[in-house]
Design a protein around this ligand. Structure first.
Ligand code: RP5
Ligand code: MG
Ligand code: MG
Length: 276
């Protein structure tokens, strides 16, 4: 298992709350760490929100962990997770923060990441190749997150009762097409069709800066590729919702993106035999 770094040491995402120090060799719950005293933190924003669980106060809670619990999927892509003293335990190990931090759900918080790609083209419409690897350059739709200014895939949380396929399309429309304001009827149909055919790139844990010992992000990342660049690859992008900016961004090793998003793009590059 990949050791998480974005949710270990330093400050908790967007706060001045310090995570308890967790050295790399003490990340695993299997390693004894008697001095470990994680900082407790649950953000005020979680209070009485429909997307948030009620606070767990004892060993009995109404949540059914490791199950599909009504409209909320509490199963992990990573297999069964432990529940200790009524609280789910991060399957990737210690984070230095106990409680949910800013995440609404105890245990897995499911998200979806639509990776929309096209080939980079010159003014004549010809594909552009990297000068050293001689591989064609692929571009994906990137957004700049309003919460921390980092560039990312336009992903978002799976709403209760929502299918992951719907989340993928909805988040793309909200964050990268400003909820399709400005799209013609014809373009709207093209988008609908485009999102019918995707390839799942990754399903599992995300090394997200909001993760804690008891709450963590998981995602389904799906690639939608516009081979000829005639449909979504040719449409006007417009940032909306939790995205401040949106643009087509070339894939390469140099990409510095939010959470573990760059690792998903590396997989896309390899699948489409693009420059990385
Ligand atoms: C990441 O957080 C996921 O990969 C997804 O991109 C994102 C979902 O959270 P919000 O964008 O809704 O904050 O872990
Ligand atoms: Mg969103
Ligand atoms: Mg988002």
């Amino acid at each position: 298992r990949q050791v998480h770094n974005n949710c270990r040491n330093g400050f908790y995402a967007g706060t001045e709350i310090r995570r308890a120090e967790v050295p790399v060799e003490k990340v695993s719950w299997e390693v004894d760490f008697p001095e470990y005293q994680p900082t407790e933190y649950e953000s005020e924003v979680l209070r009485n929100r429909p997307w948030s669980d009620p606070k767990i106060t004892g060993v009995d809670s109404p949540m059914k962990f490791n199950e599909v619990d009504g409209e909320v999927n509490r199963k992990s892509h990573e297999g069964e997770y432990e529940v200790v003293n009524g609280l789910p335990r991060n399957p990737h190990g210690r984070t230095g923060i106990a409680g949910r931090g800013r995440l609404g759900r105890y245990g897995p918080n499911h998200a979806a990441d639509p990776i929309v790609t096209r080939w980079q083209r010159d003014e004549q419409g010809k594909q552009v190749f990297d000068k050293t690897t001689l591989m064609p350059i692929l571009e994906f739709v990137a957004i700049q997150r309003k919460d921390n200014g980092e560039w990312a895939i336009p992903g978002g949380m799976v709403d209760p009762g929502e299918t992951v396929n719907l989340t993928l399309k909805r988040e793309f429309l909200e964050e990268a097409m400003n909820s399709d304001t400005g799209l013609s009827e014809n373009q709207r149909e093209l988008v609908e069709k485009f999102f019918e055919k995707g390839e799942t790139i990754y399903e599992g844990y995300v090394d997200d800066p909001r993760n804690t010992d008891n709450a963590w992000m998981e995602t389904t990342a799906v690639n939608y590729h516009d081979e000829r660049g005639h449909t979504v690859g040719n449409m006007k992008l417009s940032a909306g919702s939790d995205a401040g900016k949106v643009r087509w961004m070339p894939l390469s090793q140099e990409l510095a993106l939010y959470a573990s998003h760059a690792s998903f793009l590396e997989k896309v590059a390899s699948k489409l035999q693009a420059h990385w």
